[in-house]
Design a protein around this ligand. Structure first.
Ligand code: ZN
Length: 248
């Protein structure tokens, strides 16, 4: 089993390097007792980075996935470097921060945008996918084109007048009583999820989510939104050149 150390609290998503112990060595991959590398899931792509062996070899991470209760870090490296890694070794993980922070900006912006779309049109988000500098939000119906400008203003307002983003764990029973449950999103929460990890954007949104998020909406920075597929998709794009400096 791998402890998902990035889940714990808002600061955990900002950890860029950590040490952890090797618990299994599937072919071409490494399983650790805990990890801050995000494995693909919930529309958010996996992290990249490196694992450094006790002998000083840097093993670049190609992919990170969940396999039952374990997180599998698929690595590239010379056969001898891989062979030198043993179960019980302590490795140093370093996360590709530029990529991770981009995903955090996209993911928090997506929650905010889904909430504002719901507030302005009662349309919920069926699914959201992030890749590169873009998040695609597929809605349950077509968004009226006249809402693109007001929604852009909503995102700008959340950057100019930032709102805190909180991580809370609540019991499934408590979550099921929450009147905001499923308000802006339609992704079903599997029956066995308990407790529920809730991402809360102050006074705007509460959403169950296992992703990595910003501490404040200020860090979303400059974004653009466009309508696609007859309004049933909203495409949110980060303006890379105007990315804000991440909080330490
Ligand atoms: Zn999410």
């Amino acid at each position: 089993m791998t402890e998902l150390a990035y889940l714990t609290d808002p600061s955990a998503a900002y950890v860029r390097s950590f040490r952890a112990t090797v618990t299994a060595l599937p072919p071409g991959a490494i399983v650790l007792d805990r990890t801050f590398f995000y494995p693909t899931g919930g529309g958010q792509p996996s992290d990249r980075g490196t694992l450094r062996s006790p002998g000083g070899d840097e093993l670049p991470i190609m992919d990170v996935t969940r396999s039952g209760a374990a997180v599998v870090h698929r690595v590239r490296g010379s056969a001898s470097a891989l062979r030198a890694v043993r179960i019980g070794d302590e490795l140093e993980g370093t996360i590709d921060w530029e990529r991770r922070h981009r995903h955090m900006r996209l993911h928090t912006a997506q929650h905010l945008l889904s909430a504002r779309i719901f507030a302005r049109s009662s349309l919920r988000t069926r699914r959201a996918d992030m890749e590169g500098f873009e998040a695609d939000l597929d809605l349950e119906g077509p968004l009226p084109p006249a809402l693109i400008d007001p929604l852009t203003d909503d995102l700008r307002a959340a950057v100019a007048d930032p709102k805190p983003v909180r991580v809370r764990f609540v019991s499934r029973a408590e979550w099921d009583r929450n009147p905001a449950k499923g308000r802006s999103g339609l992704v079903p929460l599997p029956a066995q999820v308990d407790p529920v990890r809730v991402i809360e954007i102050d006074a705007t949104d509460v959403c169950p989510c296992g992703g990595t998020h910003l501490k404040t909406t200020a860090e979303i920075g400059a974004v653009e939104i466009q309508s696609a597929r007859g309004g049933e998709r909203v495409v949110l794009t980060l303006k890379a050149s105007e990315a804000p400096t991440p909080a330490p």
